[in-house]
Write a protein that binds this ligand. Structure first.
Ligand code: NI
Length: 174
């Protein structure tokens, strides 16, 4: 397993739409392992393949890590079939947008249809934190980021700040 390099805003790759997987092959299975490794390494609770630069409809999640008991979940080609009217609110961060947390209200429950790592069709009813996380990750597959929930002004400020940070990191004196 490999910890992959994360791509961050303003990298335009994050805006790409991910493609459906026709068949879960060894390549995808290896990618899923790497995604888990990368997610755990960065202490995230969710990660989409596009965040390591691969535009495939694959998501990994583990929202139970704090109980020191892992519950790795993998969703391939996830589609939301049902969203509740009832909402819940979390402060969301994103491994692709360093040091930024945004309060976002999303449907409290959702029904997700997907295929699992063995290529079997499944569905799962998600509630609370899991519901928010899966919606956040499915947004990634559509090229949508949490900063898109903000006004243009606030969004531009964050992008500007992150672009600067990036420049400083890359600047070297030799
Ligand atoms: Ni994210």
């Amino acid at each position: 397993m490999t910890v992959k390099k994360l791509i961050t805003v303003p990298d335009e790759t994050l805006r790409k739409k991910s493609q459906r997987i026709e068949k879960v092959s060894q390549d995808e299975k290896k990618l899923v392992k790497d995604l888990f490794e990368t997610m755990y390494h960065h202490k995230g609770i969710g990660l989409a393949a596009i965040q390591v630069g691969i535009p495939k409809k694959i998501i990994v999640l583990d929202v139970l890590q704090k109980d020191e008991k892992n519950n790795p979940l993998c969703f391939i080609n996830p589609v939301i079939k049902n969203l509740s009217n009832e909402k819940s609110k979390y402060e969301e961060g994103c491994l692709s947008i360093p040091n930024t947390f945004i309060e976002i209200e999303r449907p409290k429950t959702c029904l997700v249809e997907y295929i699992d790592i063995d290529g079997k069709k499944k569905n799962m009813k998600c509630d609370g934190l899991l519901s928010t996380c899966i919606q956040h990750e499915i947004n990634h597959l559509d090229g949508k980021l949490i900063i898109d929930f903000l006004s243009k002004l606030k969004k531009d400020l964050i992008i500007k700040k992150l672009s600067k940070t990036k420049q400083n990191t890359d600047r070297i004196l030799v």
